[in-house]
Design a protein around this ligand. Structure first.
Ligand SMILES: Nc1nc2c(c(=O)[nH]1)N[C@H]1C(S)=C(S)[C@@H](COP(=O)(O)OP(=O)(O)OC[C@H]3O[C@@H](n4cnc5c(=O)[nH]c(N)nc54)[C@H](O)[C@@H]3O)O[C@H]1N2
Ligand SMILES: Nc1nc2c(c(=O)[nH]1)N[C@H]1C(S)=C(S)[C@@H](COP(=O)(O)OP(=O)(O)OC[C@H]3O[C@@H](n4cnc5c(=O)[nH]c(N)nc54)[C@H](O)[C@@H]3O)O[C@H]1N2
Ligand code: SF4
Ligand SMILES: [Mo]
Length: 700
């Protein structure tokens, strides 16, 4: 067959929850058909490179299983039996049920629930406007950034760092706790430029030999949840061997005798015991960053998905302050630029419409919330209705069996607005079909670079799909709300947001496709001081100050936390019954649970599998390809063993969120993960679970 010829190329933005926020060039074949998707060559961060799953986006947008009509459940919950209904029937029924529930139980019995399916602000966050105007229960956002952001802010005082394009000018790029080849391929573009052009060293810190580590000059494989020990030992060596930048430390940080005394016992020998690294590895890493002024610390999310993730992030970040890397072009640290956009989103989220002061329910604890845990419900009444957009909690949320039990409640009315019949949609009473990014208008931010990008509707939508924005507005009007924002179009809210934010006008932004929010280099590297009142970087974090800055809610007793940058031994430890530590690291072909429906990604990822070290496998008589069961107090999951080296003994890695039904017992990997909020402010410790493994009773 001949390849279809593109009619034109449209500029767009990848909407998915990946730090790269790539600028895209999309081949448009006809009014409703796309062809190849490519990374924009003229975008400095995208630099012509995108991941293969988005390059094949035609598979997702034109997928035969896309939802195209509203549906009403016609069998028991979760049976998958639905009948087609009209939009009017669907919206009338939702509005009526919401009104009844509100009348009987109050507005807090309704919980709008959303996350990051699209990262466009109008389509993602508009649900907040409806929530505010009705006084429905609030959502405390923790599932992704709950530990990492506070950990970073605890040091610098704000969420921003040196422009990641400068990785290309670094002499040593430290990729810490992120598998960038899988999760944000553009980090590799810039890091590899530095290596090619400048002979830069690339260091990767992870808990197994990832695809990213395979490209590194120095790979450090440590035991899960021990990054704080590595970081403090590195600082010990920097001080011991006179490699700390004493002048920087004196001028820019809160370094004092107490912290120095604290580090005195954090020897490489001490850290070797905890991390499983050798003294030589720890010392060599410290010497490398201590003698390379232009060291760039690219700190990821992965290592913060341990229960001690917030303190681990802070400790890793501290190395850059100890070496003074911040002063040098190509050096410094970076986690996310999400604190730099200076966007006033009130036109979208409607804080001025807020009714009452409803409770905050932690999204990561959706299982506990829906099963009536009074702590999770903040002492209030049960949740009787869910309105879900943009997320698939029946797959992605921790403690899946508890989550599912909640969704199966007969007295819970669940509405799911989706592109596909996900595990969550299958558990709904009403399913609404959603548009995709090329079918609606929005603007996008992500923490991985400096630009805010615009993505217009460029193809016709299939069937009766509607955008999130349209559904929120239609529901709001049916629920009697009359704010003009509920009659506005998506472009109106974008234009108004840009206006309130003192951005260029939408018409201007449309012409070039982006607004660059790059901050002057000196500002990005805190040359005038860090973002605390005394302008000093904090080795001694004050977590209450972090909470005050961001409105975080405490989930632990502050006095239980370490005083200084440290290793905090609170991960889920192994015992005789649960001798393995499991991490659920990301797969290359999937993005959380998105793309686990596309043929190309399914082919790349194969069956759900778990990596196990040859010694562990031999002891348990597990062979490569054996069907295995993993379990703990929360549940059990069926996987296929993949016996390989490149991970410590006692550690298991299960990459990716396969469909729950791709597992032999229909339970996804999150049946094993823990939803107890991580300290200090919540968050899900997805890579932190103690489990047992054995040969399965079910055949492979
Ligand atoms: N292909 C693909 N891309 C994605 C995603 C995906 O699922 N698939 N998810 C997207 C989303 S929502 C996000 S937030 C980002 C997240 O992207 P990342 O920042 O890369 O974070 P994670 O994917 O959680 O994990 C990254 C790495 O951390 C490692 N890790 C786990 N525990 C530890 C530890 O204790 N110490 C250290 N040093 N490393 C540890 C894991 O093994 C994994 O290799 O990626 C986004 N991009
Ligand atoms: N075990 C384990 N679990 C994890 C993680 C892990 O590393 N390990 N990672 C966690 C992280 S970092 C995150 S951020 C969460 C993410 O969890 P989610 O935000 O749930 O991410 P996705 O699985 O990508 O699901 C997004 C859903 O939104 C839908 N969607 C996309 N665009 C639109 C739209 O415009 N409108 C509507 N209505 N729907 C849309 C997609 O079809 C998809 O089903 O998962 C977490 N879960
Ligand atoms: S998923 Fe990430 S790397 Fe892939 S196109 Fe989207 S933003 Fe770029
Ligand atoms: Mo995430």
């Amino acid at each position: 067959m001949n390849k279809p010829v593109a009619l034109r190329t449209a500029r767009s933005v990848c909407p998915h929850d990946c730090p790269s926020a790539c600028a895209l060039d999309v081949d448009i074949i006809d009014a409703s058909t796309i062809g190849r998707v490519r990374g924009a060559k003229d975008d400095p961060y995208t630099a012509g490179v995108i991941c293969e799953k988005v390059a094949r986006y035609a598979e997702r947008i034109h997928h035969p299983e896309r939802l195209t009509h509203p549906l009403r459940r016609s069998g028991p919950k979760g049976s998958g039996l639905f009948i087609r209904i009209s939009w009017d029937e669907a919206l009338d029924e939702i509005a009526q049920r919401f009104r009844e529930i509100e009348a009987e139980h109050g507005p807090e019995a309704i919980w709008p629930y959303f996350y990051a399916g699209t990262m466009g602000h109008v389509q993602r966050d508009g649900i907040e406007r409806l929530r505010a105007a009705k006084g429905y229960s609030r959502q405390y956002d923790t599932i992704c950034t709950g530990t990492s952001w506070p950990g970073y802010i605890a040091g610098t005082g704000m969420l921003g760092g040196v422009n990641p394009e400068q990785m290309a000018e670094s002499d040593c790029v430290v990729i810490w706790g992120t598998n960038a080849v899988h999760t944000q391929v553009n980090v590799m573009t810039h890091a590899m430029r530095a290596r090619k052009d400048r002979g830069a060293k690339v260091v990767v810190v992870d808990i197994y030999q990832t695809a990213t580590m395979a490209q590194a000059d120095m790979g450090l494989i440590l035991r899960p949840g021990t990054d704080g020990a590595l970081a403090t030992a590195v600082m010990h060596v920097l001080l011991r061997d006179n490699l700390a930048d004493r002048a920087f430390v004196a001028k820019y940080t809160d370094f004092d005798g107490d912290f120095q005394a604290h580090l005195a016992s954090k020897t490489p020998e001490w850290a070797a015991q905890i991390t499983g690294l050798t003294v030589e590895e720890i010392t060599a890493f410290a010497h490398l960053v201590g003698t390379t002024p232009r060291s760039y610390f690219r700190l990821g999310y992965g290592f913060t998905r341990q229960r001690n993730g917030a303190t681990a992030m802070h400790a890793a970040l501290c190395i850059s302050a100890m070496t003074g890397a911040w002063q040098h072009r190509g050096g410094g640290a970076f986690h996310s630029n999400s604190g730099t956009w200076r966007l006033d989103k009130s036109a979208i989220t409607g804080p001025g419409l807020q009714k009452g002061d409803p409770r905050w329910l932690d999204m990561s604890e959706i299982g506990a919330v829906l099963t009536g845990d009074s702590r999770a419900l903040k002492g209030g009444g049960p949740v009787k209705a869910l309105l879900i957009q943009n997320t698939n909690p029946a797959s992605v949320a921790p403690d899946q069996n508890l989550t599912r039990q909640g969704f199966e409640r007969e007295d819970l009315f669940t509405v799911v607005h989706e592109q596909f019949m996900t595990e969550t949609a299958e558990l709904a009473d009403i399913v609404l079909p959603a548009t995709m990014f090329l079918e609606h208008n929005d603007y996008y931010t992500r923490g991985g670079h400096t630009r805010v990008l615009y993505g217009p509707a460029v193809v016709e939508r299939p069937g009766e799909t509607r955008s999130n924005h349209e559904v929120i507005n239609a529901l709001a009007l049916r629920l009697g709300l009359d704010d003009p924002s509920f009659r506005a179009g998506d472009r109106d809210l974008i234009a108004e947001t840009f206006r309130r934010s003192n951005y260029p006008a939408l018409e201007e932004v449309e012409k070039i496709g982006f607004v660059d929010r790059e901050r002057p280099d000196a500002v990005a590297r805190f040359a005038d001081g860090f973002s605390w009142p005394d302008k000093r970087f904090r080795f001694k974090p004050n977590w209450q100050d972090v909470a005050d800055k961001k409105g975080y809610l405490w989930t632990c007793d502050p006095s239980d936390m370490p005083r200084f940058a440290d290793h905090w031994a609170i991960t889920e430890e192994t015992d005789d019954e649960h001798p393995f530590r499991l991490a659920t690291s990301p797969a290359r072909g999937f993005l959380n649970s998105s793309f686990n429906e596309t043929p190309g990604s399914q082919k790349r990822e194969g069956v759900p599998s778990v990596f196990i070290h040859p010694e562990d496998a031999a002891r348990l008589q597990i062979e490569d390809g054996s069907a295995v069961t993993l379990g703990n107090r929360r549940g059990s999951v069926e996987l296929t063993a993949h016996v390989r080296t490149g991970l410590p003994t006692g550690v298991l890695i299960a990459e990716g969120l396969h469909k729950n039904k791709s597992h032999r017992n229909g339970k996804g990997i999150n049946a094993l993960t823990n939803s107890t909020p991580a300290p200090p402010f919540g968050g899900a410790a997805f890579h932190d679970a103690a489990v047992w493994i054995r040969k399965a009773e079910l055949p492979a």
